[in-house]
Design a binder for this molecule. Sequence first.
Ligand code: UDX
Length: 444
Amino acid sequence: MRILNKEVWWSMGAQKIVVIGTGYVGLTTGACMAHLGHEVICVDNDETKINSIRRGILPIYEENLSELVTQGCDAGNLSFTTNLSDAIPDTNFVFLCLPTPTSDDGSADITAIIGVVADIRTHLKSGAVVVNKSTVPVNSANSLVELINRSDIDVVSNPEFLREGSAVRDFLMPDRIVVGCVNPMAGHRVASLYENVASPIVLTDFASAETIKYMANSYLAMRISFINEVASFCHSIGADVLEVVKGLTLDKRIGATFLMPGPGWGGSCFPKDTRAISRGADLTGERLELIETAIATNTKHQLRIVKLITDLAGNNPTTSRVCLLGLTFKAGTDDVRESPALIIGQALVSEGFSVVAYDPMQPRIPTHQIALVGTIEEALRGADVVVVATEWEEFSSLAAENYADAMRGKLLFDLRYVLPREKFAAVGLEVITLGQRPIREIGK
Ligand code: UDX
């Protein structure tokens, strides 16, 4: 592995780039590469999606993305098409930003990537580089080399580390850029596309680049599973988990971020990637038991939360109404994929509660069992129990009096530790947080 020093390698200047796939990785990659000065064509086989992007209506919400798309289109160095065969022959770089969903057996399904590479391989310009940005099983880049089967074409692995809600910032100001290659020249050529990005570039081999991606997500997921288990321990032993977090994160070896307890981790990446890498490792006989345990304890954590709620509020669930605040898997996104909020909400419905939910992003949800309303006041009205499941600012800025005036009951479960508990206690409401003692007991 080498950390490339910008002074020792050359700049190639603006390049022609084709990005295949216009999801949150592809669209962000295309718009940001155009912003970096390259000439970018984004391709998708979904004509409806391409036509709406051309009209400035993006399929995803990401801060600053819409502005960058407009900027690139107006400047003429960003365009969108469904015509792959026209775009390919004239480009030096083809970025693969295609979905790799979870297969039935838990592994990552790369059929979309295989299909596209099989389509383009004969049309690629000699000397072109196929750059894979999709999260794929380790050693997939080798399979792409075999599939392309052309000595004049290189493959490079360039995994993404984009968080939903901060994808543009994460692309333009990443902690590092990882470039996996066999041919260092190809690696340097891809690295030079990022010459205007002030981040260290890690030049390594295919397997290491693909492994870095999976282990980054797995470690972060494991970290959250760990602190959620600590929250449960604190709840039973009478410690304060937020005080414990403070004491832990002052240790520079532990680090100050990504150690906040909550309802568990969700989204479109952690669940998919942890399943895929633990499944993949299982197949090699080298099980990743810590990651398997992180997955299992994440599920257990959500069940633990449902039990806490039903134990304290479930004396007669059939008459109890739950107001669920937040449906997305975290604040700053409209994504509800494998959202703990949704999982907990559906579990409460199964326990007999009627659940009314509000989320500022008004996301579509795959169930009719949870009633969606358009305002927080509507959701709170007549609620016996409130569950704050996503850390939207709107939930903590609404005054405790407004909660008290609207609710029928007195109990709130703050799964994100965002409500000012003292203010709620002052108006007769009890905010319960996992891993903290109730306000009335503190000081006893
Ligand atoms: C993640 C990785 O961060 C990103 O690098 C990768 O490219 C894609 O997957 P994302 O899925 O957008 O990004 O979510 P992230 O912000 O990492 O949060 C993942 C989950 O962990 C969310 O459910 C979030 O609520 C939870 N979380 C995060 C916590 O519970 N506590 C924390 O301290 C941080």
